[in-house]
Design a protein around this ligand. Structure first.
Ligand code: B1M
Length: 237
């Protein structure tokens, strides 16, 4: 076996490069991830394919070993940092699809929760699909959402939570919107690994999005329906 420092990623075929990159992600090797992403791009892989088949799949494996106590927080942070290195390269490419502006989205991870990889991915994919995205980052109390809704007047409010202890906070946000009489002004979409459809319904969201691709499709569907409804109302007046 060659010394890892000497390993030429370009000499690997697609399958081996993918496997190597998933190992590198596991080991938190950001530069290698960036190099690998560039190689796949040169080989004609689409940004979406690199995201899903290499980076997200690699992170899934990290998640399993984190759960099983094989990896610990510092190592997972390194892996997350490496993943973000790859995402920085892919982000402008995903946004470059030239799609026309279809709507506005405010998205953020809820209070108490600092996981942002999935949310960032959703934001990137939404941008790629033509949405204007306002990303509030992590650990957002209800006030942050309210302020952003007021300022940006989006079509969609997206919330992310990765912890069973933080996901109930989505209800706090939605209940506050109801109290203020503005709940129906927005399409509320929620996502994150521990959520499901029943949860989304229970907290009063419009839909649960299993992954970034579903989030984009759901967002497009709801915005189109909303525009149709408005068109009909206007015609009836
Ligand atoms: Co944390 N963590 N973590 N973690 N972490 C999980 C979530 C966990 C499941 C790991 C495990 O035990 N298997 C577990 C939660 C258990 C539970 O609640 N039942 C856990 C824990 C316990 C913790 C800590 C408490 C650990 C500790 O300190 N002892 C701590 C909590 C910190 C806090 O938030 N207060 C913690 C910390 C961390 C790190 C900081 C080390 C790091 C986060 C780094 C970062 O995000 N910048 C981290 C990571 C990386 C993970 C795992 C390994 C990976 C998450 C991830 O990025 N996945 C995760 C294990 C897992 O989920 N399997 C784990 C990849 C990403 C692409 O997927 O986020 O699911 P995901 O997003 C998807 C969909 O869910 C959906 O689309 C995305 C893209 O397809 N989606 C949306 C997500 N948000 C959406 C919003 C939408 C729509 C769709 O809006 C419209």
């Amino acid at each position: 076996m060659p010394d890892m420092d000497d390993l030429d990623l370009r000499s690997l075929d697609d399958d081996d490069l993918n496997k190597q990159m998933q190992d590198d992600l596991y080991d938190g090797l950001k530069e290698e991830i960036e190099e690998g992403v560039n190689i796949f791009l040169e080989r004609g892989w689409t940004p979406y394919r690199i995201l899903t088949e290499v980076l997200v799949e690699g992170m899934r494996i990290v998640g399993i070993d984190f759960r099983d106590g094989i990896l610990f927080v510092p190592e997972v942070l390194l892996a997350a940092n490496a993943m973000k290195g790859g995402m920085v390269i892919l982000r402008p490419l995903l946004a470059e699809t030239g799609a026309e502006q279809v709507g506005k989205v405010v998205i953020g991870t809820v209070k108490g929760d600092i996981h942002d990889i999935g949310k960032n991915l959703v934001g990137m994919m939404m941008e790629g699909a033509g949405f204007e995205v306002f990303d509030l980052g992590i650990n957002n109390p209800v006030e942050n959402y309210l302020e952003a809704l007021e300022r940006h007047q989006p079509d969609i409010l997206g919330m992310s939570a990765l912890l069973t202890t933080t996901m109930p906070y989505m209800k706090v946000v939605i209940d506050t919107l109801k109290e203020k009489g503005i709940r129906d002004d927005y399409i509320v979409l929620v996502g994150g690994a521990p959520l499901n459809e029943a949860f989304a319904e229970a907290v009063g969201a419009d839909a649960y999005c299993r992954d970034a691709a579903v989030a984009v499709e759901t967002a497009k569907d709801f915005v189109a329906r909303r525009h149709n409804l408005r068109g009909k109302k206007a015609a009836a007046q």
